[in-house]
Design a protein around this ligand. Structure first.
Ligand code: FEO
Length: 174
């Protein structure tokens, strides 16, 4: 059984992951509307990954016989000034998510809930990757600032990003 505090925090995290998914879907649609199909694809994959994150937490609560409580998803911005700004906002947001995950890990440690601590290790590692990816994209977008052909090339490159299901889901019984 999870502590009330940890169960509530995981339910909040499910909402945060779904909000992240919605944010990136909005970025994808904004990029699509502006003709950046590759950037749109990059954020569309991000949208899929965030849904995986929510699903992992939902599966975890279910497996611990705790109830998933879905809360309303707050609205997200619908437009950004540039592709660079989208990636800057991505990094800013992922840093917030990292602090939320760290907070979950702190509660699990406080509770001496070793199963939860173990589950959270995947997310701690994932956040390193999430922040690194965003930083790489900021560097790429800064490198082509004001260079239309460079942006065209970068957009083509980002069209190649493909979605891979998160490993905890691939090995889950569902
Ligand atoms: Fe679910 Fe982008 O962290």
């Amino acid at each position: 059984m999870l502590s009330e505090k940890l169960k509530n925090a995981i339910n909040e995290q499910i909402n945060a992951e779904l909000w992240s998914a919605y944010l990136y879907l909005s970025m994808s649609m904004d990029a699509e509307a502006k003709g950046y199909k590759g950037v749109a694809n990059w954020f569309f994959v991000q949208w899929q990954e965030e849904q995986d994150h929510a699903r992992i937490f939902m599966n975890y609560l279910n497996s611990r016989d705790e109830k998933v409580e879905l809360k309303p998803i707050k609205e997200v911005p619908v437009a950004w000034n540039s592709v660079l700004e989208m990636f800057q906002e991505t990094l800013k947001h992922e840093k917030v998510v990292t602090s939320l995950i760290n907070n979950l890990a702190a509660i699990a440690a406080e509770d001496r809930d070793f199963a939860s601590s173990n589950m959270l290790i995947w997310f701690i590692d994932e956040q390193i990757e999430e922040e690194e990816n965003a930083r790489d994209m900021i560097f790429a977008a800064e490198s082509v600032e004001g260079d239309k052909y460079g942006m065209y090339q970068l957009d083509k490159e980002l069209a190649a990003r493909t979605y891979t299901q998160a490993s905890p889901l691939a090995t889950s019984a569902e």
